[in-house]
Design a protein around this ligand. Sequence first.
Ligand code: NAD
Length: 359
Amino acid sequence: MTHEKDSMFDQMTSRGHERLCFHQDPETGLRAIVAIHSTKLGNALGGTRRWYYESEDDAVYDVLRLSKGMTYKAAISGLPMGGAKSVIMMPHRNHPRTEVEARAMGRFVDTFNGAYIAAEDVGVDIEFIDWMAGETKHVMGGETVSRGGDPSPWTALGVFHAMRACLIHSGQCEDFFGKTVAIQGVGHVGQNLCRLLNEAGANLLVADINKKNLDLAVDMYGATAMHDDDILKAECDILAPCALGGVIDGKMVEHLRCPILCGAANNILDDPEEDAVALKTAGIVYGTDFVVNAGGLIHLAGMHLGMTDDELVRKNDEIFATTQQILEHTVHASSSYAAAVEIAEQRIADGQGLGVHAG
Ligand code: NAD
């Protein structure tokens, strides 16, 4: 879908962005965008998404939305970090990823002198990160040149904690035994979530447009495969979108057959202000995306900030209490999203001028 929007400056102004930077590398053909939403609380760590966009407008729309979400994610997680994100615009869907492209992206990231720190997102893996790290020290999530590794097991663990909080808030026990969880997208995060839920005794319904990933979830975790058109409407105890964003809008809310919506995808709601109200009206408990999927950021940003292994685990555990706190606030707010934004914005306002610049 093509997003025709206001001018770029108007889009930046309305979302409160500091910087929107474009780069094209003549040698490799790389076309990339870095959006820095906020550095009020510190330097900004956010993933690099490598994706085929139908238009430049779509890429700008994606990077602006994602980077703003990172500001909220860091603030709600109590990290002294800002919010940013980058996208690489693939020239066509199956364009192969190469070391020269990754290095060109690394050089672009390096121009921000650490105000922007890159990491994995959809389409970017550990190897790509280490290639980028050949050109800049401002990247996390690699295994050889940079450090931190794949953040998705930590993201999945955080979502699992948030699901427990959602179950308790909806008056159920937090035991997953016999509960049915429907997962859209069983990639990096989705597979790890399947593992945790399977160990906890949940029944799994899964869908993925990638047959290899779908088969893996079925074979490894005894999940039942569903068609990707049906998964969002599946009857279940928890619906967990773990693919791409924008999958739930006001219309889709009417078709949901789950008391809880809690997944890893960024920007699950097409229009979070409106759709989160529709969810509350429909009596569906919504674990706000930027709260519940913060585990990966907490892990990489925490390492970057020098936290110990114990501190990293404790910080991930906090996702349970933070989700509970927001759901309690939701009783007085228009939606759980509004409650989460209110708390995040208050933290950013309180922390102004105290930013830690990790260099
Ligand atoms: P991934 O690319 O490894 O997995 C995504 C999976 O979704 C793939 O298997 C893909 O085939 C599938 N998919 C795409 N469109 C689909 C559709 N319409 N129906 C069904 N399946 C579909 O990505 P990931 O790292 O697992 O991240 C998943 C989501 O979580 C993304 O939105 C990402 O931004 C978000 N997220 C990831 C992390 C992390 O640590 N990786 C952290 C925070 C948020």
